[in-house]
Design a protein around this ligand. Structure first.
Ligand SMILES: Cc1cc2nc3c(=O)[nH]c(=O)nc-3n(C[C@H](O)[C@H](O)[C@H](O)COP(=O)(O)O)c2cc1C
Length: 378
């Protein structure tokens, strides 16, 4: 096996180990994938200032996100179907994040449930909420997250309707997966994945099945998800969700300064500058290119976080320098998980940590909390 030195190596290994339909599900964006690519590429255009002969000893990446201590400002983003990249994926990723000292965010559309993840972790994780038309189910989800002592609710705003991903349609990916001969072949060629999957009973959307009224079994889930995302979700809904939840609230999916200004007035604790990893509005700007404008608009009123396209510790550092208080990684941890399970998630975090630490030092800084625009070259 080739040495794993960067996130790209984990991606290559995941491609070999995860059935194509699930690997493609992670490695895809909407339509032309232009925004998906821009998220990654626009980081490369930002240049750093090299400094010399400054004290580079005793460095620290420790900081806070929404007042909670983190060993570095990198959380795991909520991702659906993570338990299909690797058996019990959400539980393993949550454990890796906990040991590393960074937040794990569980998606509403996860395979392992809130209760599954709570049963294998000792510290609070974060929960991401999709607002469904079946409000009773949404209220119940919020209450379950509270009962599991989740320490933040991440409310996703940019998926009232689904963007189209060609790869998923061509692969016939559905939720839950249908077992066609093509899918069986994709799985049979990944025997290690199959063995682990056979060893768990967590293979469906366990936050939903058995909890939502109209979803008793797998056959009705697909119809349910298609009709359940609420296209009429509005800023008014943020109010009652905030009230019902009563804890730290993060609004995810802000890409426009005007929306950021409205979000800042809701009393939420943070916003995430995000285009859903390029999976929703293809043709939208990259997250990193919108960050400075959003920080300028609301940076003094609300904590600003960013996700989308982070593939290295350098990318994290650039986001922090441009005003983000925290960042999230989606695909990098999914590739780690698909490649090597829990150890792969730890490895992804470790690669990013080392890259961030070295880069910070070579820019002449010793603490992440001191990093600002002055490390960016004009
Ligand atoms: C496979 C996959 C599934 C995702 N599922 C969700 C989800 O269920 N809820 C959500 O809010 N965001 C979801 N996202 C978006 C991520 O939270 C995050 O915004 C994005 O992955 C960041 O970009 P990156 O993958 O380039 O790091 C998903 C992303 C991926 C790649």
């Amino acid at each position: 096996m080739t040495q794993i030195l960067e996130i790209r190596d984990l991606k290559a290994l995941a491609r070999r180990r995860v059935p194509k339909l699930f690997f493609d599900y992670a490695d895809s964006g909407a339509w032309t994938e232009g925004t998906y690519r821009a998220n990654e590429e626009d980081f490369a255009g930002i240049k750093l200032r090299q400094r010399v002969l400054v004290d580079m000893s005793d460095r620290s990446l420790e900081t806070t996100m929404i007042g909670q201590k983190v060993s570095m400002p990198v959380a795991l983003a909520p991702t659906g179907l993570t338990g299909m990249q690797h058996a019990d994926g959400e539980m393993l990723a949550a454990q890796a994040a906990e040991a590393f000292g960074v937040p794990f965010t569980l998606s509403t559309m996860s395979i392992c449930s809130i209760e599954d993840v709570a049963s294998v972790t000792t510290k609070p994780f974060w929960f991401q909420l999709y607002v469904m038309r079946e409000r009773e189910f949404v209220l119940d989800l919020i209450d379950r997250a509270k009962a599991a002592k989740c320490s933040a609710l991440v409310l996703t705003l940019d998926l009232q309707i689904l963007g189209q991903r060609h790869k998923d349609l061509r692969n016939g990916l559905s939720a839950p997966p249908r077992l066609t001969p093509k899918h069986l072949w994709m799985m049979a060629t990944r025997p290690g994945w199959c063995m682990k999957m056979l060893g768990t009973n967590r293979r469906t959307f366990r936050n939903i099945v058995g909890h939502a009224k109209s979803v008793a079994d797998l056959s009705s889930l697909q119809a349910w998800t298609n009709e359940q995302f609420d296209p009429q979700l509005s800023w008014k809904d943020v109010e009652w969700i905030k009230e019902r939840w009563g804890g730290p609230l993060i609004l995810k999916g802000i890409l426009d300064p005007e929306d950021a200004k409205i979000a800042a007035k809701t009393g939420a604790d943070a916003i995430i500058v995000s285009n859903h990893g390029g999976r929703q509005l293809d043709g939208a700007h990259s997250s990193i290119s919108m960050l400075p404008r959003i920080v300028e608009a609301v940076g003094d009123q609300i904590e600003v976080h960013l996700d989308g396209g982070i593939r290295s510790g350098q990318d994290v550092l650039k986001a922090i320098a441009l005003g983000a208080k925290g960042t999230y990684i989606g695909r990098p941890f999914l590739y780690g998980l698909g490649a090597l399970g829990k150890e792969g998630v730890t490895l992804a975090l470790d690669i990013i940590r080392k890259e961030m630490d070295t880069t910070m030092a070579l820019c002449g800084k010793r603490r992440i909390t001191e990093v600002g625009r002055d490390i960016i070259a004009e």
